[in-house]
Design a protein around this ligand. Sequence first.
Ligand SMILES: Cc1cc2nc3c(=O)[nH]c(=O)nc-3n(C[C@H](O)[C@H](O)[C@H](O)COP(=O)(O)OP(=O)(O)OC[C@H]3O[C@@H](n4cnc5c(N)ncnc54)[C@H](O)[C@@H]3O)c2cc1C
Length: 478
Amino acid sequence: MTATDSTDPPKAIVIGAGPAGLTAALELTRHGITPTVFEQDALVGGISRTQCYNGFYFDMGGHRFFTKSKEVSALWRETLGDAFLVRPRLSRIYYNRRFFAYPPKVGNALHGLGFIESAIVIASYLRWQAFPYKNVETFEQWVTNAFGKRLFEIFFKTYTEKVWGVGCDELRAEWAAQRIKSMSLGAVVANMLRWRSGKVTSLIEQFEYPRLGPGMMWQFYSDKVTSAGGEVRLDTQVKAIEHHDDRVNSVVTIRGGVEDRHAAAQVYSSMPVTQLIRALRPAPPESVVDAAGTLRYRDFMTVCLILKGEDLFPDNWIYVHDSEVKMGRIQNFKNWSSDMAPDSSKTSLGLEYFCNRGDGLWTMADDELIDMGARELEAVGLARREDVLDGVVYRMPYAYPVYDADYRDALDRIRDYLSHFGNLQSIGRNGLHRYNNQDHSMLTGLYAVRNLNAGANVDLWKVNAGDDYHEQVGEGAT
Ligand SMILES: Cc1cc2nc3c(=O)[nH]c(=O)nc-3n(C[C@H](O)[C@H](O)[C@H](O)COP(=O)(O)OP(=O)(O)OC[C@H]3O[C@@H](n4cnc5c(N)ncnc54)[C@H](O)[C@@H]3O)c2cc1C
């Protein structure tokens, strides 16, 4: 198929209407540039979208808004005003048919584990403090050094392996270091007993949240971009990025089977970096294409259920560490914001399953998934199967960039190649293959625009690299 050339003058083009792309687009309007955003899906927000089904709002995961960046925080407040709620956090861990408080509480943990198990945990912690792994390369080694082997086996192993689909001895230590940075068993216990005045950064007790879920924020961003003269074109996939002399000249899109070529003055891409490399015309050197081919992702699915019952459980979310059920986490959306569930006599839950595109879970029929979700919910004792009234399934590809043994070398090669382009910036979580939250993704969008339009020289691949973060369990391990 040949693409039709658009008659528009060269524009600033943004690929993807997730947090990174929309923030870049909004920042462009602040520099007096009106961008065109191409989004392949029918909805804005990327992984941080909110789906609405029969009047109930479903967050694809449960997105807390928390940031250390004053600029991002100000942007969020300015955008949503009173619709940006401050919410208390309650989350527990389900393990071995018991619920454990998270953040941990001494009485609860001792009662749940029992005296002997608790003594073994402490003994194991002391042993690994005295004789830690010397070369820390894997997630298992990192966590064992921080918490001891026994706690690793009880609380980290099953859940982390559910999330990533690989053994903890294959996951790189950087992931743990990025997400669990300031935590150790000593710090956790001290926090439980309030021995220290300093806060453990992971144990935050409240967070901010849009009244109708994260998608509300991103829809407002999209509206701001369009009211400033930009365009957000949904259902439009970028298929090819054409370049010459280290500059991108045009982008080819496909919408409803029709291809169009758009002249580009500058391009901000938040598509997965593997796809960016594959979309470049002419193709990059073989070594770069091969490197892109080795990057891996983990996918994700939310089985959303609407149930009878006003108040099934008080948590915002529950981590399911038990290996008897496949789900990894349960979100209770009315506890995030009561407006997410319009009928107060009902409860809407999101059961999260981590999978790989094409595997048994991903390809299972929706009604089977809904049935499995209802059974698993009953198995963990949170609801009766017959109370499930309705359900819907949302699949989210490219949810997690995987940090495996080879990713760093591959990324270095890709980064080096992309750095030659004068008007192309790869941004966002998958654009940088980095385990970024919304705020970090937004910052990469902001800085990218300043790099090309305000003489800034920010290394986007380092945004969030040394940042200790608020949340250890957020999306991954506990
Ligand atoms: C389960 C889960 C829970 C999370 N919880 C939190 C949390 O509590 N707090 C938090 O801050 N963050 C959280 N995150 C992270 C957050 O979702 C991401 O950081 C954020 O969505 C990344 O934004 P992005 O714009 O970089 O990428 P994305 O959200 O992936 O957006 C990229 C967009 O590009 C589009 N696209 C891709 N390819 C093309 C193409 N070829 N053409 C056109 N469009 C294209 C995609 O459709 C998508 O809309 C969570 C993530 C997951 C998976």
